[in-house]
Design a protein around this ligand. Structure first.
Ligand code: NDP
Ligand code: 2IT
Length: 448
């Protein structure tokens, strides 16, 4: 697909000039503008009222120094970010990522995607993302705590329960959220729902830990069912072995699938007998060790160094749940050749655009991240509701709401795709449906 509308072509040029070198942000904006072209042509007021120009420019970008001291007394300095992309439909909401690959470009693209994802949840949350190039891997708990405290020493000025509510993402789980929350409380004296993904003893929601992975499977099952298929009896490959991957494997297995492979940033395991998830949880969640240790106690399994080879394993359904750009065009072609009929994204933007196009052209069902992985942030919004009420729902209540939201997202994006002439293209449908709500809210609120 290429942009044809002259206004959108000019707008894209402006985005490129204003964000030089921010390749991932540019790719993401272009792909969204291409999808919403029919909406823009049907609604000229979006151009006249400047909605699109405002939409592609983040409302605020905060960038700061994060100094911290390691266990040996040495000072380190990392860089922190919070990109508040859009607050048209609610307070900014989105995760914090701690990984050496974090740059302003990565955070900006994730915040832009988050705005559309959060809109799809139907809940009142705007879009943001943050993080740092700090690498929690190999650090002691105390080093992670000192980093998180330093990060919050600046971040606290920019967030609040009715303003911006961060959560976890890559490298940020229960441990990091706990340290961040403690420091926010210390600095402000406020005990409030300023972060989600909190521990259950201090305001967290049941089912938030499971929500992204479970939600991915609820969405994917609905998409499969509409095409006369299901997880039952299917062979599944899941990349990653973090929060999203773990609970995607758990739910896919509960729905009757056999998951045969998982990975981490060093390599992948293939177990044709089906992955023993309890063993993976023990290695990754409890011991924070490497996935290759799995093969020591599982003779049926093999370990291969390097990540991309995981997509050469024959499967019916692929769930990329690690990071951006994990499925290249070549990997997509291998998946297609091996008979894979569904790719659904647990990670944010794991499939490069040419790979998405190849999958769609081959008739592979493609579940785009902003729809398929929206269960995490949706349940974060449910955590915010519970914090406001000073009340907790049961696991079953939260899980039922999550399922209803994910099923609803599938039908909303399928119907938006049909209405705008691209039936079956759920990527375009998600961009259109997500954008429509944000655009209406922006129009109503004027130039601001
Ligand atoms: P975790 O940190 O829990 O797990 C990340 C997993 O991906 C780990 O197995 C990690 O390997 C692997 N990984 C990370 N970076 C790379 C890389 N550059 N190359 C290869 N593998 C890598 O993160 P989450 O599970 O929370 O997040 C995974 C994805 O899901 C991300 O794209 C995130 O944005 C997205 N997401 C997360 C949500 C959430 O609620 N947590 C919600 C929606 C989307 P290793 O163990 O070696 O580091
Ligand atoms: O990418 C995402 O949607 C997340 N990391 C979850 C964000 C959240 O606020 O729960």
């Amino acid at each position: 697909m290429a942009l044809k509308n002259s206004y959108l072509c000019d707008l894209m040029k402006k985005v490129e000039q204003r964000n030089p070198g921010d390749t991932q942000f540019q790719i993401t904006v272009r792909s969204v503008l291409e999808s919403i072209e029919p909406v823009v042509e049907a609604r000229p007021e979006l151009i006249e009222k400047g909605v699109l120009e405002m939409f592609v420019e983040p409302e605020r970008i905060v960038k700061f120094r994060v100094p911290w001291v390691d266990d040996a007394g040495k000072v380190h300095v990392n860089r922190g970010y919070r990109v508040q992309s859009n607050s048209a439909i609610g307070p900014y909401k989105g995760g914090l990522r701690l990984h050496p690959s974090v740059t302003e470009d990565i955070v900006k693209f994730l915040a832009f995607e988050q705005t559309l994802k959060n809109s799809l949840t139907t809940l009142p949350i705007g879009g943001a993302k943050g993080g740092s190039d700090f690498d929690p891997k190999g650090k002691s708990d105390m080093e992670v705590m000192r980093f998180c405290q330093s990060f919050m020493n600046e971040l606290y000025r920019h967030i609040g329960p009715d303003c911006d509510v961060p959560a976890g993402d890559i490298g940020v789980g229960a441990r990091e959220i706990g340290y961040l929350y403690g420091q926010y409380k210390k600095l402000t004296g406020q005990y409030c729902g300023v972060l989600t993904g909190k521990g259950l003893s201090y305001g967290g929601s049941l089912a938030r830990t499971q929500a992204t992975g479970y939600g991915l499977c609820y969405f994917t099952e609905e998409m499969l069912n509409a095409a006369g298929k299901s997880f039952k009896g299917a062979t599944v490959v899941v990349s990653g072995s973090g929060n999203v991957a773990t609970y995607a494997v758990e739910k896919a297995t509960q729905l009757g699938a056999k998951v045969v492979a998982m990975s981490d940033s060093n390599g992948y395991i293939h177990d044709p007998d089906g992955i023993d998830l309890a063993a993976v949880k023990q290695i990754k969640e409890v011991r924070r060790a490497r996935i290759k240790e799995y093969v020591a106690n599982h003779p049926s399994a093999t370990y291969t160094e390097g990540c991309s080879g995981i997509w050469t394993i024959k499967c019916d359904i692929a769930l990329p749940c690690a990071t951006q750009n994990e499925i290249s065009l070549e990997s997509a072609q291998t998946l297609i050749a091996n008979g894979c009929y569904c790719v659904s994204e647990g990670a944010n933007m794991p499939t490069v655009i040419p790979a998405i196009e190849a999958l769609q052209a081959a008739g592979v069902l493609f579940g785009p991240a902003k729809a398929a992985n929206a269960g995490g942030v949706a349940t974060s919004a449910l955590e915010m509701s519970q914090n406001s009420m000073r009340y907790s729902w049961t696991f079953e209540e939260v899980d039922a709401k999550l399922k209803q939201i994910m099923v609803g997202i599938y039908h909303n994006i399928a119907s938006a795709a049909k209405t705008y002439g691209c039936e079956g293209n759920f990527e375009a449908g998600a961009n259109i449906a997500g954008f429509l709500k944000v655009a209406d809210a922006m129009l109503a609120q004027g130039v601001c």
